[in-house]
Every structure is written in C-alpha cells, then in structure tokens.
Design a protein around this ligand. Structure first.
Ligand code: ZN
Ligand code: ZN
Length: 191
C-alpha cells in the first residue's frame, strides 16, 4: 500500500455538509440531527490562528482553519518523513497564507505538488488545489492540532501498537470529519 495519504486522501460523506449560515438558523437547530451536524461543523472548521515554518526558518506560514487531521501509516508517508507514522493536517487553501520565504514546486505524480523551501529543502506543504496538507510537526505549537483518525492501517508497522480509540481506516478513504465521533479540535491558546 503506497497511498501518499496527504496527497490522495478521499473523504466520503453520507450527509450534505452544512453551510455556515445554518449554524444561526433556529429552524434547523431545533432538529436534533442537524444540531449535532452543526456542532461537528464548527469543530471541524474551527477558526484558529496557527503559525509554522521550515527547518531553517526562511519559510513561515499562517493557517486560520483546519479541515482535518490524522495519522497516516502508508509507505510513502513513512519514506517522506522517516518516521513510522506521519501526523498531518489538511487546510483549506484559502486558509493558508505564506508569510515569507521562497518555495519551489515539485510535482508528485498526478496527485499534486510538494512545495519545498529553497534553502533547506523542507517540504513545507503539499498542494492539492483546493486544500493543502502540512506536517503537524512543523507547526510552532504542534500540540494544538490533534489527529482524529488513523488511515492506511493496512500498512502499519507490525511493532507499532495503536493504543487510542480513534477511528481506523485500512486505506486512504476516510469518513468526512463532520461525521466522525472524534471531530477536529484545535486547542485554543492558553493564557
Ligand atoms: Zn500516507
Ligand atoms: Zn527552509
């Protein structure tokens, strides 16, 4: 299994995702089912300001919304990170702002392109068009974005035990974050 999770992840949803305006609609909030979805929507698209950057510090970015976050156990993410499992967050492209630094693009098959720091060659983000994915480890405060699922567990290393109760997906086809019992939660800054 070599899914390149952060570039070819697929979300599926059995229900339409609520537009933000619906959150203010009492008519829909009276219906419990919609209220539940609405709450998930808020959490899945939590407004937040987070900054991060490459290893050398030349590239800095800011994100203002997190769409999804998870662990990927695929071979490609393993090679890419050198770690047994890769923690990533998916950001709507319009919520990602490059603050400084020079990047060059490296196409990855037909999936998208790696955006790489010219100085230190860190892969700063993966450009999927309408969304980008980042390594949580490159955030200044990585503890604030918590992965909410495991994907590509069919490629999990046999000596790695998953001890949490997060949903697990054998491949890179995962439920939409709004439908998961473990919605995206970004810790607000304390103090
Ligand atoms: Zn992967
Ligand atoms: Zn750099």
């Amino acid at each position: 299994m070599d899914c390149h999770a952060i570039s070819s992840i697929h979300w599926f949803s059995s229900e339409p995702i609520l537009p933000k305006a619906w959150l203010c609609s009492r008519r829909y909030n009276r219906k419990r089912r919609w209220l539940k979805c609405a709450q998930f929507y808020v959490e899945a698209n939590m407004s937040i300001v987070l900054q991060g950057g490459c290893r050398c510090g030349a590239v800095r970015y800011e994100i203002t919304e997190v769409f999804d976050a998870g662990y990927c156990h695929c071979n490609r993410c393993r090679k890419r990170s050198g770690a047994p499992v890769f923690a990533f967050a998916v950001i709507p492209h319009e919520a990602f702002a490059l603050l400084r630094g020079e990047l060059f693009a490296e196409p990855v098959e037909r999936l998208g392109r790696d955006m790489v720091c010219r100085s230190c060659r860190t892969i700063v983000y993966f450009d999927m068009g309408d969304r980008v994915s980042i390594a949580i480890g490159f955030l200044d405060q990585p503890a604030r974005v918590k992965p909410t699922f495991h994907q590509c567990t069919s490629s999990k290393l046999p000596w790695l035990d998953i001890l949490d109760d997060l949903p697990r997906f054998a491949e890179n086809i995962v439920t939409h974050p709004s439908e998961r019992a473990s919605p995206i939660v970004c810790e607000q800054e304390s103090g």
